[in-house]
Design a protein around this ligand. Sequence first.
Ligand code: NIG
Ligand code: FE
Length: 417
Amino acid sequence: MAENLIIFNARLVTPLGTTARKGKEMAELMVMDNATVEVTDGLITYVGPSRGEERDGYYRRYWHYNARGRCLLPGFVDSHTHFVFGGERAEEFSWRLKGESYMSIMQRGGGIVSTVGATRACNFIQLRNNAETFLKRMSLMGVTTVEGKSGYGLDKDTELMQLRVMHSLANDERRRVDVVPTFLGAHAVPAEYAGRTDEYVDYLIREVMPCVVKNGLAEFCDVFCEQGVFSIEQSRRLLLAARQMGLALKLHADEIVPLGGAGLAAELDAVSADHLLHASDADIRAMAEHGVVATLLPLTAFALKEPYARGREMIDAGCAVALATDLNPGSCFSGSIPLTFALACIYMKMSIEEAITALTLNGAAALNRADRIGSIEVGKKGDFALLNTPNYHFLPYYIGMNCVQTTVKEGVLYPAG
Ligand code: NIG
Ligand code: FE
């Protein structure tokens, strides 16, 4: 669905550009008071000073909306989630509260593999309904684009089913959120391949990936590059094959131990490296040099009680940093945009302006879409988050609570309250 819409009397707050903003540029936002934004057929056709829209019906064939001075931002881009899955892992969470670690639960057969069992037991409709519920909740927090990963099937049929669910949501006429699918067959080693990780990588490359690509079901390939899961060599082999088949690259890198995944991302010119809690200084420099978007997921560090990624240092080293939620049933059962803002600003020492860039234009860049979304500029999609306040400092200040009043998707208004 796409509409014609004029929002007037807004305080516009947006980064500018069609590529990722790096280093110091991340803090540069355009702020314009009493601004008008016009959306025609879902795309932005005017941004600038008022042209007299307050006079009712000035432009026929357009919905008119008076923002009354409140902040209008680009819709948020959540560029790293695992929102398509079956079941839940609340019990595992309670074990973690008693001191057990995420990796030890995984090593004794729980963790990701437990969600794999629950996901394989679902049919398409069940998976789609669950996933759609998450999208609706994210939309209420101002999110207009979400990346989603497979990786809870770990066999051809279920991996494809997860991706088909995303495909179906992405093509829904009434969608409130755009969906970008990522193939993450290398999320864990399934029980059938226990102790045979290399053979599982071969299986993914030979049998699953070609099918994913042939059916146009994913844009990216990702891998959980981690000690005890997929090594640097196995990750490199998988990602090189993916690139050859036409997929863009992402990595779960240096999440639990410093393995060098961020360096591998730079070596392969991946679009993004994600998590990065333990990325080394040299690898941070390499990411900056190679233009790899450093995607930080502070909700996961919070939920796992791990030290936060060094967002400040990464920006100071010239990286483009994106922020995302990592919504998933295990390490981080939260898709909270408000809490992501708060943690990034309080614990990763990012400024509010940098955090806004990280959740909009740099998130778009992490999805190869900075030319189409992520800022409020002519030619981009009419996707916005309209706050309930004229003060954008509320984004991290209003801790864990939503200050988005209305989400706009391609010119269609969806009030949050
Ligand atoms: O990004 N670390 C790997 N993948 C997810 C967790 C998935 C899960 O626990 O189900 C993450 O943290
Ligand atoms: Fe993840």
